[in-house]
Design a protein around this ligand. Sequence first.
Ligand SMILES: C[S@@+](CC[C@H](N)C(=O)[O-])C[C@H]1O[C@@H](n2cnc3c(N)ncnc32)[C@H](O)[C@@H]1O
Length: 284
Amino acid sequence: MTAADSEPQPLPTVCRTAVWTAEMRADESLAPNPCAIDPWAAEFVTAAGPQGPPPGDAEARAFLHAGVAVRTRYFDDYLIEAVRGGCPQVVLLGAGLDTRAFRLPWPERVDVFEVDLPDLLDFKNRVVAGRVPASARRVTVAADLREAWADALTASGFDPARRTAWLCEGLLAYLEPDEADAVVRTMGEHSPPGSRVGVETATSQGRLSCLRSCRDALSADGAPWRWSLRDPGPWWAERGWRMEQPDPASLPYAAERLAPYLPLLREAGDTGGWLLTGTRCGSG
Ligand SMILES: C[S@@+](CC[C@H](N)C(=O)[O-])C[C@H]1O[C@@H](n2cnc3c(N)ncnc32)[C@H](O)[C@@H]1O
């Protein structure tokens, strides 16, 4: 092996977004009153080596950090509740460096499928090599979600007849609208009634002035934010999901963190619907 083989290689930009997200979770883990603690996040950041600074200026990064902190806790709670409510399998689409398979106190043994691009999963699996979650079966599925991916998921042991808790966190914005639509329709085709979904939707980030530097940097780097919805509820309803849309600022752990940003969101005409959870319609 040469020295170059052991050097961390730069990941494609869209995968580097997972490292930047892990960096925010590592910082959050050390903050007073953290929304969530991720003991593995710093390890990923160290292992990734220099990947370039997170995009955007300090204002954008502070906003994104608050958003990542809140959404991590929100989706932690959602997944635990979904498993407790009868979903024995979890699928993390665009899983990135999510460590929920390891770190969540699953109420029962659960299958956790992590779907992401091969480069990202190769890196992640090198870092977590040899570690086994205490109460989950962790399965990684290397796939490009812009292409047909459901067969790879099923081939890895996912059972489309069982209820599933899906999560699309920090993912759909990186897809073209028709690609995001196809991902959601494929989820629906593999979800018996009562399955759950958690999703982060870009509702106003395209108009938020404090995110302009981040938006521009990601676009220049080849991973622009492409997809957003102004009014997510009806869009999901058309695709067979009944969505709930909490006001994140009303969540006890989020109120203080988001307070400085509420005027900016209002100014951008934010309609809510940033963090959503939903249930697959139908009887069964
Ligand atoms: C911002 S990160 C979010 C990661 C993780 N969900 C989290 O919140 O920490 C976006 C992730 O989506 C993945 N991703 C983007 N486009 C993808 C695609 N076409 N197929 C599979 N994964 C994709 C990236 O590799 C990256 O891991």
